[in-house]
Design a protein around this ligand. Structure first.
Ligand SMILES: Nc1ncnc2c1ncn2[C@@H]1O[C@H](COP(=O)(O)OP(=O)(O)OP(=O)(O)O)[C@@H](O)[C@H]1O
Ligand SMILES: [Mg+2]
Length: 223
């Protein structure tokens, strides 16, 4: 396994507290909830940011975490983490062009490993649907406490629903004020079809009044 250096975004006090609360809540979902899919209805609601911060918070608690960039159509983690030197990714592995050992990178953050998405394949949904993906997740669960999977938005492509079939639970990121009730119901309906339980919803990018000093679970950051 090769090691790469990543730079994660800075978290302020409130964000830190909110992620600790999220970590605690995840713990209460049960020990069998290991492969967690993070998705949203539309792009840019904060999935990747959530994954990175949650992963860091979990590792600080001594948990061993693997991040999987499951957005095979538009990888963003490699740029977001300023990771250089990671040449192989999930698309290589799922198309049998690389071994698991070659696509898992350890990082400068203790207990945090990452699989990046790799080059855009012609058949993303097909690769994610194949048994190799779900079988690999199952075997990785023996080694990691959590596998956090960054999935594309549900409103755009089928991939998140496909990935969810192989996961233990879904966490939905909702950008405050960005989607309608109708769209929220639609995303819920689509995800329920996968039989993968929705563990919770994170309300992201909540505007702060400036007066409060405490944030509710799920609310973090300032826009
Ligand atoms: N709580 C927050 N407060 C302020 N800015 C945020 C917050 N969460 C995310 N952002 C910003 O919003 C933008 C989108 O975030 P991010 O890339 O995590 O979303 P995404 O859902 O992964 O997007 P995509 O669908 O393109 O993969 C980024 O510029 C990020 O820095
Ligand atoms: Mg993203």
């Amino acid at each position: 396994m090769e090691q790469i250096t990543i730079t994660s975004p800075h978290m302020d006090y409130f964000a830190n507290e909110a992620y600790k609360a999220l970590r605690t809540n995840l713990g209460f979902c049960g020990k069998d909830k290991k492969a967690i899919i993070i998705t949203s209805f539309s792009p840019a609601e904060g999935k990747s940011t959530t994954i990175i911060n949650l992963a860091k918070t979990l590792t600080e608690n001594g948990q061993k975490v693997l991040i999987v960039d499951g957005d095979l159509r538009k990888s963003s983690l490699i740029a977001k983490l300023k990771a250089t030197g990671a040449n192989k990714g999930l698309s290589h592995y799922l198309s049998r062009q690389a071994s698991l050992e070659e696509v898992i990178y350890s990082t400068n953050i203790a207990n945090l490993d990452i699989i990046f998405s790799g080059p855009v394949p012609p058949n993303p949904a097909e690769l994610l649907e194949a048994d190799l993906f779900s079988m690999t997740l199952t075997s990785l669960k023996d080694y990691y406490d959590y596998i956090l999977i960054d999935a594309p938005p549900v409103g755009s492509v089928i991939d998140a629903a496909v990935i969810a079939k192989s996961g233990d639970g879904i966490v939905l990121v909702v950008e405050s004020g960005s989607i309608s009730y109708k769209d929220e119901q639609e995303v819920k309906k689509q995800l329920e079809k996968t039989n993968c339980p929705i563990l919770g919803v994170i309300l992201n990018k909540v505007k702060q009044s400036g007066k409060g000093y405490y944030q509710k679970y799920g609310e973090y950051g300032q826009k």
